[in-house]
Design a protein around this ligand. Structure first.
Ligand code: ZN
Length: 412
């Protein structure tokens, strides 16, 4: 006999019913499930308050609102519970997604079930959706394909539902590989506090630049999550030897990663293997990153801040010119000029290695976003202070990753 279990409040009671009766909560194979229809987020009724974030002419105060605009680089498709009965979905990506499945997990039920299915989510989309759970009794698909029927639940306290996202879209597969969990946002605190001696030290950004910054940080986060990068990072001494061999020279400067202690006559505070692993983790942990823009003589990084010039955001990253960014990102991750994790001298450290690696990934078409025309930021002269041409990527045949891997190493 088929059992039907009602999902009653309180959950404590519900949980005790389920103990010891695995899969009794899901329906048998002959059950004719009646799922909620999938949603096309590119064609929503006004009640969902659909909008495109970072429209070119959007007021910059919106992108600078850190309560409203932020995302983790490994979760560009963001699902947030709003109030006791709704969610806000936001896609921090310059390219939309298809076939997005949003799963919900309740505290006292051990299975994730499909709560929304979106046939399309456009680039930089945001909208609001009532939870079907509060609207009535519905069938939901479990991850194993079985069905569960859940009775109406009046509402949820904040954080009571854990959401997760799956998608068959190849772009989403790339997002899912990102190991970094940096929380990215923009902040007015830099340019509004400009020192009198250099009013261009930091400059205000705008949505055109923010879209480029978001695109770049997703690509960059993918790059530093890449197995080839991890392998090179963990075996930087090998990389230095190979680099020297290719150039027909001795290893220039430090033989391996070293920390922030001052170098004394070629004596470095080399990191142990465990410390190198720790250093890698500083690049991908969940700290907050404020992406800012400079206009003076220097770029800056440290604490939550990493910055670069407008050209880096508009064209540089498309051609792999990530040198300044990786340097400032290293300051933001805790490294000073006396460490080759930031420093570019003596044959190069992180700054040079990352840049060559990033260019190699572009040459392999192994980044989430490769084509500058998905944003066309370089054409939007009204929002830029410099004049730019379409970025055209070329790889140096002596790129050490190209020399070593010869087109292999793509992250499948
Ligand atoms: Zn520096």
């Amino acid at each position: 006999m088929k059992k039907t279990i009602s999902y009653l409040l309180p959950f404590a009671l519900f949980a005790s019913i389920l103990v010891g009766c695995s899969d009794d909560d899901s329906k048998g194979d002959n059950y004719n499930a009646n799922y909620l229809p999938s949603i096309d987020a590119s064609n929503l009724p006004v009640g969902n308050q659909p909008m495109t974030m970072f429209e070119d002419d959007e007021n910059s105060s919106k992108m600078y609102d850190n309560k409203d605009r932020w995302f983790r680089v490994n979760q560009p498709m963001q699902i947030l519970q709003k109030g006791k009965d709704s969610v806000q979905i936001s896609l921090y990506s310059p390219v939309g997604l298809t076939d997005v499945k949003v799963y919900a997990k309740l505290a006292n039920y051990d299975k994730r079930f499909l709560v929304y299915q979106f046939s399309k989510v456009p680039a930089f989309h945001r909208s609001f959706h009532q939870l079907p759970l509060v609207e009535g009794k519905h069938d939901y698909q479990l991850e194993n394909g079985k069905t569960v029927t859940i009775d109406k639940i009046d509402g949820f306290s904040s954080g009571a539902i854990q959401f997760s996202v799956e998608s068959s879209d190849p772009l989403f597969a790339k997002f899912k590989k990102i190991k970094s969990a940096r929380l990215v946002q923009f902040s007015t605190q830099y340019h509004l506090n400009n020192p009198a001696d250099d009013p261009n030290k930091y400059l205000p950004m705008n949505p055109v630049l923010a879209k480029e910054a978001i695109t770049m940080i997703i690509n960059f986060s993918y790059a530093i999550s890449h197995p080839l990068y991890y392998d090179t990072f963990m075996n930087f001494d090998r990389y230095k030897r190979e680099q020297a061999a290719a150039a027909g020279t001795e290893v220039n400067g430090a033989l391996n990663w070293h920390g922030n202690a001052d170098d004394v006559d070629g004596v470095y505070d080399y990191l142990t293997k465990a410390q190198i692993e720790q250093a890698y983790n500083t690049y991908i942990d969940s700290r907050t990153l404020n992406m800012a823009m400079v206009g003076g003589g220097s770029a800056w990084g440290g604490g939550a801040l990493a910055s670069q010039w407008e050209s880096g955001y508009v064209t540089g990253h498309w051609v792999g010119e990530m040198s300044v960014w990786s340097h400032e990102y290293s300051h933001h991750s805790g490294y000073s000029h006396s460490s080759n994790l930031a420093n570019s001298g003596q044959g190069g450290g992180q700054q040079e290695m990352l840049t060559d690696f990033y260019k190699y990934l572009i040459s392999l078409n192994d980044l989430p976003f490769i084509d500058p025309d998905i944003l066309k930021g370089y054409t939007k002269t009204k929002y830029l202070s410099g004049a730019y041409k379409k970025p055209v990527f070329k790889i140096n045949p002596k790129n050490p990753f190209l020399v070593k891997y010869k087109g292999e190493g793509k992250w499948n």
